[in-house]
Design a protein around this ligand. Structure first.
Ligand SMILES: N[C@@H](CCC(=O)N[C@@H](CSC=O)C(=O)NCC(=O)O)C(=O)O
Length: 277
């Protein structure tokens, strides 16, 4: 891993690293916040998956998470949202496909399949790299926003026993029925919706092997609420199998990082408690 920068913040450190990824066959950049407790012992990790158009930097600059993470002794790892440095056909033309829009799936279709393997990257390669090279424990939790909320829910539902806790802000809960999800899945996974189900939290929850409690925060004035996010479909799927879900609707809040910043402390405490931080 190549250290690109280190910035002291709340007595901890925000670092950015570049490394070669086998999963994406590109270089990847990620950010990590290390709390001051790493001077004495390894700390647990929260993975944050960002949404469409983001890089590793949006959460770091806008969420306001590091003061409490420093108090709780929680590391936070922020991956990028897609491979970079490529010039695949159409890759940089739209906000919801290609660069900045990896959707945390392993693409099977050309021209994406050789590089757009963000599921493998965030669930396997990156945690292995982080645990080998940084002063963290293997204990981990996962959280995300919008496309990243979808990624966090899918990662937890598909990997029983791996995450101590999972939460999301404004997640794309039912991407196989949402325009963003249908467009991305068609491109990355091909035309057969049967191949999309493994990446849809609302479809996965019935067969989840672990009933890990889920926390979701959602703003009622989010312009994407009904068309793209569909938390009520996810609630119904959870209710049908008694999967523990806390879905908090917040009147007046939208889809932005102002909403995330308002409630991020609740998520940090939720994860810190599960991780024993
Ligand atoms: N332009 C896009 C939506 C862009 C957007 O709102 N991106 C969100 C995530 S949306 C779901 O994944 C975001 O986090 N933006 C970065 C930020 O710093 O705010 C459209 O309208 O389709």
């Amino acid at each position: 891993m190549e250290l690109l920068s280190q910035t002291e913040v709340f007595d901890g450190w925000l670092r950015r690293y570049r490394h070669h990824s086998e999963a994406t066959a590109t270089d990847m950049v990620f950010a990590v916040f290390l709390p001051p407790q790493v001077m004495a012992a390894r700390v647990p990790v929260l993975y944050w998956l960002s949404g469409l158009t983001c890089t590793d930097e949006n959460f770091c600059q806008k969420a306001g998470a590091f003061r409490l993470a420093a108090q709780l002794g929680l590391a936070i790892v922020c991956p990028d949202t897609s491979p970079r440095g490529l010039a695949l056909p159409g890759e940089h033309d739209e906000d919801d496909l290609g660069s900045g829009a990896g959707f945390y799936v392993d693409a099977t279709e050309p021209p994406w399949a050789d590089h757009y393997r963000m599921y493998e990257y965030v669930t396997d390669e990156l945690p292995t790299l982080v645990e080998m090279n940084l002063p963290v424990r293997a204990d981990k939790s996962i959280c995300g926003h919008s496309m990243g909320g979808h990624g966090a829910l899918v990662a937890a539902l598909r990997n029983p026993g791996v995450y101590a806790s999972v939460s999301a802000f404004s997640p794309i809960c039912h991407p196989t029925e949402a325009p963003w999800g249908r467009k991305a899945f068609s491109a990355y996974l091909g035309p057969d919706p049967a191949d999309w189900q493994q990446y849809d939290a609302t479809l996965l929850v019935a067969s989840a092997e672990e009933r890990l409690p889920i926390l979701i925060d959602q703003g009622s004035k989010d312009p994407f609420l009904e068309s793209q996010l569909m938390p009520e479909a996810f609630r119904a799927a959870c209710d049908a199998v008694d999967h523990p879900l806390t879905l908090r609707m917040h009147p007046g809040y939208d889809h932005s990082y102002y909403f995330i910043a308002t409630f991020i402390d609740d998520h940090l405490r939720f994860h810190a408690q599960a991780l024993g931080a």
